[in-house]
Design a protein around this ligand. Structure first.
Ligand code: BGC
Length: 837
């Protein structure tokens, strides 16, 4: 039987607030027959009273991201979509879904931006209030809200939605999101809409002292349709009032003060201001939400006498406290990622971030949960309560962009399983509306390099399509001809020249999304940005075809340089810059080809060849020696295909020797690490790649696991072998760059590889390593679940493979000697073979 398992619009189920003029539909099919493909499909989109689009029965296999081509969609309108598909076995399946459009740029001109009349520059949390009465029954109510700062809205005391930190962080000068809420069920005869704001990223404390503006402001449009068909709009204007409420102070780095003895105080009429320059757009990716709640695993009094609760997992988020204390009691919760060697609460690595929340009780059972801050922590220290306070009164609330979890990997090696968990937690801790470097210290910025290095791994663990699509729009908005791509996006650091491997996020991430999700629109939308980045480098390189200017972060935090003060590693910084120049130019040529820009494709292919020729002249001797004989130098030359065929062997030997000289350990930093194991596996040294993965002593991935890491660390030596910490000025225990090994784990040990974008065609080819005797990997691809479970025991290899409907796979199992092409279905294999694993 054919079934439709999921039917989505722009990656979402029944979304509210689609601003795209041409949204795309995707569906996942299930069938109990093998080799099932879609033979035809019909899509019917119905407006309130007309057929907007009826495709008729179209013979076509496309089932992912099918673009709407019907009549022009209207704003604020609900559309239902019906789908009928037929497969090659003559079976049929149907499904329905709906979507509601956002304002689509048609804002009510009477809706003004309003601010408060308090002194600006503080960290108070102004509220904006509108009371309104209704004397007719409401059929449908919506409110559209945006803010400068971050906000939480309540109607008649009910929080609207479950998002945190709306309207999100975008390049505010250019783009600002608004959110849409269904308020139908909350409306009474008399109503109160209260929007609490906080500085957030807009007016709050940021490492760079950068501020987009001084004071918070809001914009809202309430749209009501009464049962009698009449409509009414209520907008932000000078009839709104402002004041303050129980949230007394909030900053991301420093925490929040909530005073339950303080009620709402209204100070006067809100003041209209000039609208911000940023264009308003409906929320573009999943919101930040609480995705998990964790109770403490233990409570201790540290040697210093601090009352500390351990949640067992380093996370980003908040703590909810249930307190039953007399009126006026002040309870302070402080946050830390680690305890020091002696077991005391350690916060030095937070730098200037105070990371503390203060709860002032009103007397009587109360629940405190901040709304306008977040922290990176595993431990909390609580002051103001008795030492015998029950631990279960505190709950850690995990916060991150609520992307769909799509990938799972487990294997026979408990250390690698923990590593995989740590990689996932690294992602959860840092995908907080934008891809941040870390969630705990006074930084938390969208470092482009970190994001690009981790993008391929991230795309396995969660569906990152919307998350990165939004962020790439900000990257494009903040990119300039003069400075290229900023090192952090949204751009809040001083303008500097673009940096290799960081700016390349502009090219590498759109390509990673296209590959993982088959999303060609992201390439279309980002193509100018990709090209501009390559052109920016060309303007530096000129006729030399080498990028040899400017400051670089290079192989950031690599271990192979004695004098570590500049942290850039031992690899020639301009070898790295030129290597990335070649790589990004090649990817841009590929994107041009895919988009049908033939002239550009030819131009950038030629440019790539020129860069490679120059690279070889400058960095590879005539006998095939690389000038920077570092691991990262070799890895880039191999992985980016920069050496002549006859020199690859020598460079591989150089890489192997270097690793051996380090007693089979890595010494790579941010740039070399993501590709290190790939470079080995692709060049006949898969066994050594396996050794690196399973290495347990310093420096290695499992060293961190053995040191008790529950997420990825910023540095290989964040905790040194003697248990002391690396320099607190840069030592985060939640940084995802070294989690980029996840891509290799999924593809090599897990065996899941892309042959055609979006896994329309996949390669299932697990490559065993000594120390792992079985693995189970599954991935919800755009077409459905692709999985590979394999095991090896006593000379027998077993595999169980699932290939989704409407896709094909090439199955290439170890020592089997045949590559088999299959259609969808479940395939089992058992055969005898001798393997040393
Ligand atoms: C961040 C990094 C970032 C780097 C750039 C650091 O402060 O935490 O992850 O890429 O700066 O050098």
């Amino acid at each position: 039987m054919l079934k439709i398992d999921a039917f989505t619009i722009e990656y979402r189920k029944n979304p509210l607030g689609i601003d795209d003029k041409k949204p795309r539909f995707s569906w996942v099919m299930l069938s109990d027959k093998s080799a099932t493909v879609q033979a035809s499909r019909r899509i019917i989109v119905m407006g309130p009273d007309t057929v907007m689009w009826d495709t008729g029965d179209v013979p076509c296999s496309q089932s992912v991201l099918v673009t709407y081509e019907g009549s022009a969609l209207e704003p604020k309108t609900k559309y239902t979509v019906s789908l009928i598909v037929k497969d090659n076995h003559g079976e049929t399946a149907e499904a329905d879904c709906f979507f509601e459009t956002g304002l689509m740029g048609r804002f009510n001109p009477n809706a003004l931006w309003i601010t408060h009349g308090m002194d600006s520059g503080g960290s108070s949390c102004p509220i904006f209030i509108k009371d309104f009465t209704l004397n007719k029954k409401v059929h449908m109510g919506r409110v559209y809200i945006s803010a400068l700062g971050i906000y939480e809205a309540k109607i008649n005391g009910n929080k609207l939605g479950d998002a945190y930190f709306a309207p999100g962080w975008t390049s505010y000068h250019h783009r600002l999101q608004y959110q849409i809420y269904d308020i139908t069920g909350f409306l009474n005869d008399t109503n109160n809409l209260c929007i609490t704001t906080a500085n957030g990223w807009y007016a709050g404390v940021l490492m760079s002292n950068y501020r987009y503006g001084e004071r918070t402001a809001v914009w809202a449009q309430i749209e009501l349709i009464y049962e009698n068909g009449q409509t009414e709009t209520i907008v932000t204007d000078n009839s709104w009032q402002y004041g303050t409420g129980p949230a007394r102070y909030a900053e991301f780095y420093h925490g929040e003060v909530i005073d339950h003895t303080f009620d709402v105080e209204v100070y006067g009429a809100a003041k209209p201001i000039e609208p911000p320059t940023g264009e308003l757009t409906a929320q573009e990716c999943e919101p930040v939400r609480v995705t998990k709640r964790i109770k403490p695993v233990s409570k201790t009094l540290t040697p210093k006498g601090e009352l500390v609760f351990d949640f067992g997992q380093n996370i980003a988020g908040l703590v909810e406290a249930e307190l039953d204390e007399p009126r006026g009691t002040k309870v302070v919760v402080k946050y830390a990622e680690v305890l020091d060697k002696d077991g005391n609460f350690y916060t030095k690595n937070l730098r200037t971030a105070k990371a503390e929340d203060t709860f002032i009780c009103a007397g009587g059972g109360e629940v405190f949960l901040p709304s306008f801050t977040s922290h990176g922590f595993r431990y909390i220290k609580v002051e103001g309560i008795d030492n015998d306070y029950p631990a279960d009164r505190f709950t850690a609330c995990v916060l991150h962009t609520d992307m769909e979890p799509i990938g799972e990997f487990t294997c026979s090696h408990p250390g690698v399983n923990r590593l995989q968990q740590n990689i996932v937690w690294g992602q959860r801790g840092n995908f907080i509306d934008i891809p941040t470097d870390c969630p705990q210290r006074d930084e938390r910025l969208g470092w482009t390099g970190d994001a690009q290095m981790f993008a391929a791994t991230a795309a396995f663990n969660y569906n990152t399509a919307l998350f990165f699509t939004k962020w790439l729009r900000d990257l494009k908005a903040d990119q300039t001809i003069k400075h290229g791509v900023p090192t952090v996006v949204p751009s809040v650091l001083e303008d500097k020249e673009g940096v290799a491997a960081w700016g390349d996020a502009a090219v590498i991430i759109p390509m990673a999304l296209y590959r993982a999700y088959g999303d060609i629109r992201v390439l279309e939308d980002q193509y100018e940005s990709m090209k501009d980045w390559v052109e920016y480098i060309s303007s530096k390189a000129g006729d030399s075809f080498l990028w040899q200017t400017g400051a670089q972060y290079a192989d950031w935090l690599a271990l192979d340089k004695e004098e570590l003060s500049d942290r850039v590693g031992a690899t020639d910084i301009y070898l790295i810059a030129s290597a990335y120049y070649a790589y990004s130019t090649g990817l841009t040529a590929e994107a041009a080809g895919l988009l049908g820009y033939t002239d550009d494709a030819v131009k950038y292919r030629k440019l790539r060849d020129d860069i490679i020729e120059a690279f070889q002249k400058e960095y590879i001797t005539s006998t095939g020696r690389l000038v920077s004989e570092t691991q990262t130098g070799c890895v880039l030359a191999l992985h980016f295909n920069l050496a002549k065929q006859e020199h690859r062997v020598k460079i591989t030997e150089m890489l192997v020797k270097n690793i051996e000289r380090h007693n089979n350990h890595l010494s790579t930093g941010f740039v070399g690490t993501p590709y290190l194991c790939h470079a080995l596996s692709d060049n006949g040294c898969h066994e050594l790649a396996g050794k690196l993965l399973l290495q347990r002593d310093f420096p290695s991935w499992l060293y961190t696991v053995d040191k008790g890491a529950t997420t990825m660390w910023e540095r290989w030596n964040s905790i040194k072998p003697d248990g002391s910490f690396e320099d607190a000025s840069m030592n985060s225990f939640n940084h995802y760059a070294y989690g980029s090994i996840g891509d290799w784990i999924y593809r090599m040990i897990g065996g899941i590889n892309i042959l055609e974008a979006g896994y329309k065609k996949s390669l299932i080819s697990p490559r065993c390593i000594k120390g792992i005797s079985g693995a189970k990997t599954s991935l919800k691809t755009p077409f459905g679940e692709l999985s590979c479970e394999w095991g090896y025991k006593e000379g027998v290899f077993n595999a169980n493979i699932r290939v989704p409907v409407n896709t094909e796979a090439v199955i290439d199992l170890p020592n089997r000697g045949i590559k088999e092409s299959v259609g969808s279905g479940v395939y089992n294999y058992t055969y005898q073979t001798e393997m040393d694993i």
